[in-house]
Design a protein around this ligand. Structure first.
Ligand code: DGL
Length: 258
């Protein structure tokens, strides 16, 4: 059986890359719904519908476990998938998201003023605020939707000036609020982590999800040996995209090697 990794497009590759580094022995199937990216500007209902379709696709490909490497899907759909969809259709299989691992990791740090950047859907869901308040009730959280970043990244990121303008527009309000940490609540943003760090400076801790999610999955598999035993260990990798655009192979390689 395989581990499935799902995102609306290229963003989940940041998670996929970290998983392969931390847990190289397993077989992975990556699924990017790039025909319908971005998800973040869509309604929670339609994101849930798309997420169910991705889950069906990956389970048909013999995944034992799926990581939803998309915050927009995790924040709007994970709970419903876990509580309603899996028990009904796939009671022996598992779907995990990206938000809980990050928040669990944060609980040991002393974070007071936290900035969150994400898609409109993630920000509107308030999933991060909800989870942060459970573990750090005194935290002050500032959110900023960044709807143009995902289309920019999916479009090969050719114009660096455009990226600078977008990042300044989105990050300045958070810097003015004197945040001391910034959560990249969209897996696409891991691809531009360096550019984000350059703008916010070294006084703000930038928290990117990929390494945390990989560490937490390792932990999860240790705690769930029955699931771990079912996973094949031949280091095989497959990629599936809903729109096999000619430039996507190149972009996938670029992001995985970069
Ligand atoms: N990587 C997805 C996320 O983490 C991108 C969302 C989108 O397609 O807008 O939210």
């Amino acid at each position: 059986m395989n581990i499935g990794v799902f995102d609306s497009g290229l963003g989940g590759l940041t998670i996929f890359k970290a998983l392969r580094k931390e847990l190289p022995q397993y077989n992975y199937i990556y699924f990017g719904d790039n025909a319908r990216v971005p998800y973040g500007n869509r309604s929670p209902e339609i994101i849930y519908q798309f997420t169910k379709e991705a889950v069906d696709f990956l389970f048909k490909k013999k995944c034992q476990l799926i990581i939803i490497a998309c915050n927009s899907s995790t924040s709007t759909s994970l709970r419903k998938i876990q509580r309603e969809y899996l028990p009904k259709f796939y009671p022996d299989l598992r779907v995990l998201g990206v938000i809980k691992p990050v928040i669990e990791k944060l609980k040991d740090s002393r974070l007071e003023r936290i900035g969150i950047i994400g898609t409109k859907a993630t920000i509107k869901s308030e999933a991060f605020i909800h989870e942060i308040k459970k573990v750090i009730p005194t935290a002050i959280v500032f959110q900023q939707p960044c709807p143009l970043l995902v289309p920019y990244i999916e479009d090969s990121m050719r114009n660096k000036k455009v990226l600078q303008l977008l990042l300044k527009e989105y990050l300045d309000p958070l810097i003015k609020r004197k945040i001391n940490s910034l959560i990249l609540a969209c897996t696409h943003y891991g691809i531009i982590e360096k550019e984000i760090k350059n703008i916010v400076g070294s006084n703000i801790d930038v928290i990117s999800e990929e390494r945390i999610v990989a560490e937490k999955l390792k932990d999860y598999l240790k705690r769930h040996p029955k699931i771990e035993r079912k996973l094949d260990k031949q280091k095989k990798v497959e990629f599936h995209f809903t729109d096999p655009r000619s430039d996507y192979k190149k972009l996938t390689k670029l992001f995985l090697n970069g």
